[in-house]
Design a protein around this ligand. Structure first.
Ligand SMILES: [Zn+2]
Length: 178
């Protein structure tokens, strides 16, 4: 466990960590596959704690009604992915986040070789236009919150007519934009 955490914090790869452990601490390192397994275990734990904290923040936000949601989103101009974040206006805490990505390293690698990619954890979840990413993330995040018993009355966001139009098409009740 500790070996792997060091890797994340410092940006070292398995080889460097093993060398460090052997030279400095006189400890045997882990094999590459052991590292990979630890990595999988840890990612699961990280994801879970991240989801838990989103849910806690949402509950806190809901307890301070009226609920208002702050919308923040971002997309690098040359990027193949778009990220959206929902921040509760009352608590200032992140209550939802989503990502659309048209890119996957595994798919790209094999597609370039005209080979069907093997079964993998694909990061590609967007097949539409780059412009469509942000509106989709925004609308889905709010839709998601609404399924968790919280009504979004106002969205504070940059002047993005496409996104607010998409949100209003998706959500059944009226939503103000500040
Ligand atoms: Zn893929």
């Amino acid at each position: 466990m500790n070996n792997f955490t060091a890797m994340y914090d410092t940006g070292l790869g398995p080889t460097e960590v093993n060398r460090y452990l052997a030279n400095k601490l006189n400890i045997n390192g882990m094999s590459q596959s052991a590292f990979k397994n630890r990595e999988k275990e840890n990612v699961r734990v990280y994801k879970k704690s991240c989801t838990n904290s989103l849910e806690t923040s949402l509950e806190e936000e809901k307890s301070k009604s009226p609920v208002m949601e702050d919308g923040g989103s971002g997309r690098k101009y040359d990027s193949k992915s778009g990220v959206g974040t929902l921040i509760g206006n009352q608590t200032g805490k992140v209550v939802g986040r989503g990502i659309r990505s048209s890119d996957c390293r595994v798919c790209t690698f094999w597609e370039a070789r005209n080979v069907e990619p093997y079964d993998h954890k694909c990061t590609r979840n967007w097949f539409g236009s780059v412009k469509g990413m942000e509106p989709d993330v925004g609308a889905r995040l709010i839709e998601d919150l609404e399924t968790k018993n919280s009504q979004v009355s106002t969205v504070i966001m940059e002047d993005d007519t496409t996104t607010i139009a998409r949100i209003r098409r998706t959500i059944q009740h009226s939503i103000l934009r500040n």
